[in-house]
Design a protein around this ligand. Structure first.
Ligand code: DAH
Length: 343
């Protein structure tokens, strides 16, 4: 047994002095000492010759030897790997750094922010509300009672847990919430995401974004509405753009109108985009219906107001001549990258 102990000491010495210049040398070490026919295996084989009363002691010794050899191998591997890294990928700290790809805002966010900032300059404050609404705020308070035919145009998604809950179809629900607070005058814009149960196509999606506006005070007139929206259009699309108002119907406004702008593509001459009319519709608006004011506890003899609502996707499509609404939610970088420095 003395001889075996001596032998192990010699091996340890030999292993300790082993130098590996590269990964191949480290591999040679592994095969020689730790391989299936390697030295450690054969030394372990000596166990069978050790007398029973010394097995424990020798077991320990042999195990230590094995661990010692494995540790040496790890060390060789690490140093030769690092060596490789150092010679092959030498870092030149004088080189300019890799440029980090810079993210950009989504075109919908850019245009929404632009709309918001135009109205903020006119003194409108931003108001927000929940996307999961109740029937009252989304429909009934807005003069759209149950079974009103105009509800058909705004079919949405309902929440099983409570038949009264739905995904809001417009941000007009935020107008109701602000009116209910009863703090007058009110001058707000409500940007946000809205939902409709629509088949997805180039022109419709089951969700989109709106900015609605509401101004309630004493003596607010249709002239105020027109001038406000005219200012907005000029800031958004340029001073040469013309506007026109067409009579329309919304349950929450009376009278109601839709506003068109002269076609940006053909300048009003007529093209595919404006369906050869020279005009494109961009928003709905009107004077707040007295029923709405009363529903929210506001004296309709004392106060009047105007409201409007526009789709952010629609404005964005017009501004950048985008023809398919689905591009906004596909997250295709080739599309999104084009807006890095837009607006
Ligand atoms: N809420 C309407 C819609 O989503 C848009 C709208 C029209 C909002 C007229 C208004 C308004 O506030 O006065 O179709």
């Amino acid at each position: 047994m003395e001889q075996l102990i001596k032998q192990i000491e010699d091996y340890k010495q030999e292993i300790n002095n082993y130098v590996a210049a590269n990964a191949d040398d480290a591999e040679t070490f592994r095969i020689k000492y730790l391989g299936t026919k390697g030295l450690v295996k054969s030394v372990m084989g000596e166990m069978k010759n050790v007398p029973a009363d010394q097995k424990k002691e020798f077991g320990q010794l042999l195990n230590d030897f094995k661990l010692f050899t494995e540790a040496k191998y790890e060390e060789l591997k690490e140093t030769t790997d690092n060596g490789k890294a150092n010679t092959e990928n030498t870092i030149d700290i004088s080189l300019p750094a890799d440029t980090l790809p810079l993210g950009s805002r989504h075109p919908i966010s850019l245009v929404r922010n632009r709309i918001v900032s135009i109205f903020q300059r006119l003194g409108f404050a931003v108001a927000e509300g929940p996307e999961i609404e109740d029937d009252w705020h989304n429909f009934t308070a807005l003069n759209l009672p149950e079974n009103h035919p105009a509800r058909d145009m705004q079919d949405t998604f309902y929440i099983n847990q409570n038949p009264d809950w739905l995904l809001r179809t417009h941000t007009s629900s935020v107008q109701v919430r602000e009116m209910e607070k009863g703090k007058l005058p009110i001058r707000i814009i409500c940007p946000g995401r809205v939902y409709r149960n629509e088949t997805i196509s180039a022109r419709a999606h089951c969700f989109f974004h709106q900015v609605e506006g509401l101004y309630i005070a004493e003596n607010v007139s249709f002239a105020d509405l027109k001038q406000t929206l005219y200012f907005f259009v000029q800031e958004m699309f340029g001073e040469s753009v013309k506007v026109r108002f067409r009579p329309s119907y919304f349950p929450f406004t009376e009278p109601s109108a839709e506003m068109d702008i002269s076609c940006l593509i053909c300048g009003g001459k007529g093209c595919n985009v404006c369906k050869h009319t020279g005009w494109v519709e961009i928003l709905g608006c009107g004077m707040v219906h007295p029923n709405l004011l009363e529903n929210c506890g506001i004296d309709s003899n004392k106060y009047t107001g105007f409201a409007f609502g526009m789709g952010v996707e629609r404005i964005t499509m017009l501004k950048y001549q985008i023809k398919d609404l689905r591009l906004f939610s596909e997250n295709d970088l080739r599309f999104l990258k084009q807006f890095t420095s837009a607006v």
